[in-house]
Design a binder for this molecule. Structure first.
Ligand code: ASP
Length: 969
């Protein structure tokens, strides 16, 4: 509660702070001797609660009214605010009353000359305000109060100003109209955009003019973001108040805000707000659904330890020398431990941390919907996740998904060249090394027989030269493997077949990818002929040919698969292919358990010395049928792993886990060859597995990616409130940052010589001692200056002022005093509170400020000149409210279509191209695309859908450029 006396005391605090503890105590002692007399209960209702003195002193002195006081002091009459709502859940305070002065800036400055340009505090802010989104027809004609940012203002004519108020991503027009009784409308034009304001006025319909909603003067005041502009209502203002500082730098509507001003984007960009709302909605659905299925949300520690699970970790030093935590790359080990703990259905929206390459739209910290189930295997987990995803798609998009298709990793790589195929388009791969081997004896020799050759044909009327241009773009160095497209011995080639078979051109292309065929030109002729007869070189088709080692096992995708994907994107962009639509979910299963370590990848893996790493993590169980390969041909072992893939994007993955200690130890120690010291870091897991751990399985969905897809955004940064840029920096808070040498010393850490060379910006470490001293001096000088000003101001108060002045006159700037001052600030404030309760005055001129609402309410009694000064100052300087009023509300998430979605059965299905599928597949084999996505017709519009355009109002083109809606750096 803001009270007159309390704010006045701030001025005294300013003075008293500078005197230090002893001097302050002395001051208080003096004041007590002179003035202890009548305390104030009104003032002390919440903050100063010395009730014993209060009750003793209450009835002293003659009473005068509030009007008399304000008249005497020459200030505006305070507002009396009756608080009727609880400030926070649980507190019922129906009868509290507060007074707040309505002071202009000028009055404030006159009464507080020392406080320079500070604007008056705006508290208390009652809760009678409306939010823009709740204003509707039922409020027409009502007096409404709205708080928000003044977004735009412009003159209509000499008597009218139109303004737009922004709040929570919504805009409403406000009319300041002299004819409607608003005194000086043009004053509003001087308020800088993005100044927090409170507007009071009458809600009315916007007058219609022609077919459009316009303002009275026919002058629309529409922000760029028309989509969220209140089209039919406006407020005719009777009052406004500035309730926060205007921005120091102008914020221009429509300009892009860089990553360091993300909050302005958040304030103004409905895209970002929508994404955050959607994110909230999806997390609510997940929680509700999993709760209904009996899952328990358990938080697992973020301060974990370093174990070679697979990804590079972030380390967190401790003050115990050499001891470090590591941030978890996922809650994997904890969730498995939960299974041993009998929490058989666990989930969590978990923060994960991986210090990895950030170029591919990854974040060093990201969120997973993580789950694990005990006494089941992976198929139950897959069914559970499928149910959840179907429900999300239904509730968010109104789309009813069919059962997810299942395909093995081998099938996916063979047909699509990737372990996450987008099956919305065909362009499937066909192998043709048989043709080469049958027609070329050299190709059957061990040296040349290692290669698999694959081809994709795609009918397209693109010209050869245009395709060449695409190829050069695809093959840019950033495209990894595809840089080879242009090299002398590329792993894939691409060309366009004309109407007729152009032997010389095809020969030239084939020789680039299989140069050994040069030795036998006749072989090459036969090969081209055989390819043509098998319809592998159809006319007017784009031909893509790739080669890869038969023992290929790198995970991810092949060069041809990558070319397929990139070509498709380019063709769509250039209009040679239809835009891809629909939702194609897949389970990709039976991954190789191990993957060769690519020395260029620079991934830590499990730090083993075997030359390969776990494809996912080392806790994935091998499949029963390939388990026998573990010891001798480990790379031929398949894992009980499953990825859920949507439209070519990996949404998540999981596995059936190893639940036997012996097998886990064998895989880590004997197969991956994890060094002994790293083995120790897994001991807790092995111990856990030895205690009767149930069989278990789990999965994690990339939550950021899931929301980005639902929101139709390309980058996960667009659905994260504070994302890191592609250098891993959060520009809003400027992290990460250097720390001082002193901090490093605390952790026993020493930086290697020269590691800071080349760092941008000031390197504080080297000069930190001197810099800290300088900063301290500066701050101290500032505080002393402020104190002096404040002291001179309060010197007029008899008793208090003299002692303070005496104290401040003696003070000097000494090193360390700043610390002392700041350190003792709280104590000082406490003492001042006591002072206020007791420092009140002589009897003859006692004033009683009577509460105007209830005579039984407490009163303030003060007297003498000092009392007047105290009251005067307090009336003009309301203190910011310390306790936030907050009423928590739990919103019910409406579940639509639950019955349908629950009734959906995930049918047992066969794994397409399961492990039995031979690598040598018939070239005629076609991939079947059967499932269709059914769109529920009566689906309600959701946030992610573009809102229905107002049929009466065309959306201006420039309105699409929403302010701040730019990707962060
Ligand atoms: N922890 C795994 C990951 O982050 C997911 C899982 O296996 O459950 O990819």
């Amino acid at each position: 509660m803001a009270t007159p006396l309390r704010t006045c005391v701030r001025c005294q605090i300013d003075n008293l702070q500078a005197t230090g503890k002893r001097r302050l105590s002395q001051s208080i002692a003096n004041v007590r001797r002179q003035y202890v007399r009548v305390p104030s209960q009104l003032v002390s209702r919440r903050v100063y609660s010395d009730s014993t003195t209060n009750s003793r002193e209450l009835s002293a002195g003659p009473k005068i009214t509030l009007d008399q006081i304000t008249e005497q002091l020459g200030v505006a009459k305070p507002r009396i605010i009756t608080q009727t709502q609880p400030r926070y859940a649980g507190e019922i305070t129906g009868s509290e009353h507060e007074t707040e002065p309505e002071l202009t800036d000028e009055e404030f400055r006159r009464l507080h000359p020392g406080l320079g340009s500070l604007t008056p505090w705006s508290f208390p802010l009652d809760d009678s305000c409306k939010t823009i989104d709740t204003l509707n027809d039922t409020n027409i004609g009502e007096k409404v109060k709205v708080r928000g940012w003044l977004y735009q203002s412009k003159p209509g004519n000499t008597a009218i100003v139109f303004a737009t108020i922004l709040q929570g991503g919504k805009f409403i027009q406000v009319i300041f109209d002299k004819n409607a009784g608003f005194e000086a409308p043009h004053k509003v034009l001087t308020i800088r955009a993005h100044t927090p304001v409170e507007i009071e006025g009458t809600l009315q319909y916007k007058p219609r003019k022609g077919s459009k909603f316009t303002t009275n003067a026919g002058e629309p005041s529409v922000p760029e973001d028309v989509e969220n502009f209140h089209r039919t209502l406006e407020i005719v203002a009777s009052r406004y108040e500035i309730i926060g500082n205007p921005p120091t730098e102008p914020i221009i509507a429509g300009t892009a805000h860089t990553g360091d001003k993300r909050y302005i984007s958040m304030r103004t960009s409905t895209d970002l707000l929508k994404a955050l709302h959607l994110r909230n909605k999806v997390s609510q659905i997940c929680r509700k659904h999993l709760d209904e299925e009996g899952f328990l949300e358990v938080e697992t520690p973020l301060l974990f330890k370093s174990t070679p699970e697979g990804a590079r970790e972030f380390l967190v030093p401790t003050r115990t020398p050499g001891q470090m935590y590591a941030l978890p790359q996922s809650p994997q080990q904890y969730k498995q431990i939960l299974m041993a703990g009998g929490i058989l259905k666990y989930f969590q929206l978990a923060k994960c941390f991986r210090d990895e390459d950030l170029r591919a739209d990854r974040q060093p910290e990201f969120t997973q919907l993580d789950l694990e189930m005990g006494f089941v295997d992976g198929t139950t987990v897959q069914k559970t996740v499928e149910r959840l995803l179907k429900r999300i798609w239904y509730e968010v998009l109104g789309v009813k998904l069919p059962a997810f298709r299942v395909m093995s990793y081998n099938f996916a790589i063979t047909n699509y060249g990737t372990d996450k195929p987008d099956t919305r388009y065909q362009m499937t791969i066909r192998p043709f090394e048989r043709i080469i081997e049958q027609n070329s004896p050299l190709s059957r020799t061990p040296v040349y027989g290692d290669w698999k050759y694959e081809i994709i044909t795609h009918p397209c009327n693109i010209s050869n030269s245009r395709l060449g241009l695409i190829a050069s773009q695809i093959a840019s160095p950033t495209d990894g493997d595809l840089a080879a497209l242009r090299g002398p011995n590329p792993d894939c080639i691409m060309f366009k077949n004309g109407e007729e078979l152009d032997y010389p051109a095809i020969r030239k292309q084939l020789l680039r990818i299989a140069p050994h065929l040069k030795a036998e030109p006749l072989d090459l002729e036969r090969i081209i002929g055989a390819m043509a007869s098998k319809n592998l070189l159809p006319a007017n088709n784009i031909i893509m040919i790739g080669r890869r080692k038969k023992e290929f096992n790198p995970g991810g995708s092949t060069s041809l698969g990558e070319l397929r994907k990139q070509l498709c994107q380019k063709l769509i962009k250039l209009g040679f292919m239809e835009k891809l639509v629909g939702w194609k979910f897949l389970w990709v299963t039976h991954f190789p358990l191990f993957t060769p370590i690519n020395p260029l990848e620079n991934e830590p893996g499990q730090s083993g010395t075997a030359g390969y790493k776990s494809t996912h993590h080392p806790f994935t169980a091998p499949t029963v049928s390939t388990r026998e390969n573990l010891m001798n041909l480990p790379w031929k072992t398949l894992g009980h792993h499953y990825d859920v893939v949507l439209n070519g994007v990996e949404l998540g993955g999981g596995s059936t886990r190893i639940h036997e200690a012996e097998l886990q130890r064998t895989i880590l120690e004997d197969i991956l060859k994890v060094p002994a010291e790293k083995m120790k870091t897994f001991q807790h897991l092995l111990d856990m597995l030895e205690t009767g751990c149930p069989p278990h399985a789990g999965l994690a969905l990339g939550f950021d990616r899931l929301v980005a897809i639902l929101a139709g955004r390309d980058s996960i940064r667009e659905v994260i409130a504070f994302p890191k840029n592609n250098r891993g920096q959060d520009l809003v808070v400027d992290s990460p940052g250097l720390v001082t040498k002193k901090q490093l010393d605390e952790y026993g850490i020493m930086l290697k010589d020269n590691v800071l060379e080349g760092q941008e910006g000031p390197v504080l470490l080297a000069e930190d001692e001197a810099a800290t001293m300088e900063l301290a001096k500066d701050s101290e000088a500032n505080i002393v200056e402020e104190v002096e000003v404040a002291a001179s101001r309060i010197s007029a108060v008899p008793g208090i002022g003299e002692s303070v002045l005496a104290d401040t006159a003696e003070k000097t700037v000494v090193p360390g005093k700043l610390d002392m001052l700041l350190g003792e600030k709280n104590e000082v404030e406490e003492e001042v509170k006591v002072l206020v309760e007791e420092a009140v005055v002589k009897t003859e001129e006692t004033i009683i400020v009577e509460d105007s609402v209830s005579t039984s309410e407490p009163v303030v009694e003060i007297s003498g000149e000092a009392a007047q000064e105290v009251v005067q100052q307090s009336l003009v300087t309301p203190k910011p409210e310390l306790e936030e009023a907050k009423v928590s509300e739990t919103e019910e998430v409406k579940v639509e279509g639950l019955e349908e979605s629950k009734a959906e059965k995930v049918e047992d299905r066969e794994v397409e191209g399961s492990i039995e599928v031979k690598e040598e597949r018939s070239i005629e084999k076609k991939v079947e695309e059967t499932e269709e996505v059914e769109v529920v017709k009566e689906a309600k519009p959701e946030e992610v859908k573009p809102e229905e355009a107002n049929p009466e109002e065309a959306k201006p083109e420039e309105a699409k450029a929403v302010e701040g809606d730019k990707k962060p750096e």
